[in-house]
Ligand binder design. Sequence first.
Ligand SMILES: Cc1cc2nc3c(=O)[nH]c(=O)nc-3n(C[C@H](O)[C@H](O)[C@H](O)COP(=O)(O)OP(=O)(O)OC[C@H]3O[C@@H](n4cnc5c(N)ncnc54)[C@H](O)[C@@H]3O)c2cc1C
Ligand code: FES
Ligand code: FES
Length: 462
Amino acid sequence: MVLLDFIRYHQHLMGTKIGCREGDCGACTVLVGELTDSQLRYRSMTCCLMPLGNAAGKHIVTIEGINPADRELNPIQQAMTDEGATQCGFCTPGFVISLAGFCLDHKKPSYKAAIAAIDGNICRCTGYKSIERAAAKITDLLKDRDNEEPTSFVSRAKLLPAYFSTIKARLQTLTDANESDHLATGSERSKSIIVGGGTDLYVQRHDTMVHSDIRVTGAYPGQQHIALEGDVCTIGPGVTVSDLAVSPIIQEAFPEFPRYMKLVSSTPIRNMATIAGNFINASPIGDFTIFFLALDAQLELSTKPESRKSRTMPLRRLYKGYKQLDMLEGEYIRRIMFRLPARTELFHFEKVSKRMHLDIATVNTAIHLRMMNDTIKNAGLSAGGVGPVPLFLQKTSEYLTGKSINRENILEAINIAQTEISPISDARGTKEYKRLLLTQLLKAHFISLFPINEKLNLLENG
Ligand SMILES: Cc1cc2nc3c(=O)[nH]c(=O)nc-3n(C[C@H](O)[C@H](O)[C@H](O)COP(=O)(O)OP(=O)(O)OC[C@H]3O[C@@H](n4cnc5c(N)ncnc54)[C@H](O)[C@@H]3O)c2cc1C
Ligand code: FES
Ligand code: FES
């Protein structure tokens, strides 16, 4: 079952609300506390999409868990009340939980970060200005935190109950006990459905998932690693978008990653969504699929976590047709490997959707270039929303290799790209519009990567 139903119908904690059951509204937001590298980290998640198995070894915080013992309001709740930030109250537990997550975040607190923390919460009746004022007040409550560990500060400052300062030790005990269990179940059930964060599966197959045998990658110890060996970066099957965002390896190689990431879903969904799940869902517009196609990521496929038998396949060869994958029964992505771009290499990602934030792409594209002076030594170009599968633009990439950066070459590359795509008209736009979008986004790649190259001159004539 999903964690939401366990919370409400087994634990009888009714403060966590049911809204959309699709990860969109944030009414069911909980905090998930987890030990990573001996650091206790809390992240907000929508528990309507979270299989109960993903809660193993973690601290789940519902709205009831942040009430003070004396039944008064805590300062976060008080700020919401004082600012008139709640009306019917249906969304309020979700907002309060997300703001509690902001108070527990290790990053330096700022008003901007408080607003970002509630980007997955929708209020349909109060209006957002009063909620924003409450967020400002809550930010102010953290001004004296300095370098103090967040759980220690929130307990000491009575923002959250004192028991938060005991959680780290309690989680350590759980982690030690859980380790062997997960590996055992993982090896026995090679035919069960693999679940990463569940953010696709529990939206698409909500009713049947409850009756299915599942294997959760997120709860296996060691599945969330991001490691660098030489120039090859390896990421585990449980690695989420948010894990990538906080990884120093990724931050150094992709300085623009935070901006790209903000174009993808919301904070709670990014906290759950795995990169492997994005690949296997095989949506033609999967944002991280497009990102990693340009980087020529390789997949290590196996049937068991600990099996010696595995094969390696380029992500570029995974897609055989709409939602058809070149995978054998029982195989799963055990590792994702890609060569980390050196400082001299160029990478860029573009996405256009009907709304700038919290929306899936109409068209998205990524480019990776290795340069030798003014000449492209190697190019990788991908595009989504313009065919039945996420596309690696092979002919365009081959054409660009060996070319110098100038207007004629780039326009010719765009012409070739147009021959590689086959968009269809749908709710997100007509096929002509999608063709135009890809043309403009390919120009945007080069304008962004070569802002002062006079030979490029792509803005002329649109
Ligand atoms: C509100 C909302 C907004 C979203 N916005 C975006 C967006 O802007 N951009 C975007 O690209 N996506 C978006 N998504 C889709 C989704 O979040 C992503 O595709 C996500 O990366 C899926 O990962 P997951 O771990 O949740 O996958 P799951 O739902 O757990 O699994 C998806 C598929 O992958 C398989 N799978 C998972 N892990 C493995 C593995 N290791 N090996 C083999 N198979 C595996 C599962 O069996 C399943 O078939 C959104 C979803 C929601 C609910
Ligand atoms: S009920 Fe809407 S996000 Fe979970
Ligand atoms: S207070 Fe009614 S939906 Fe937000």
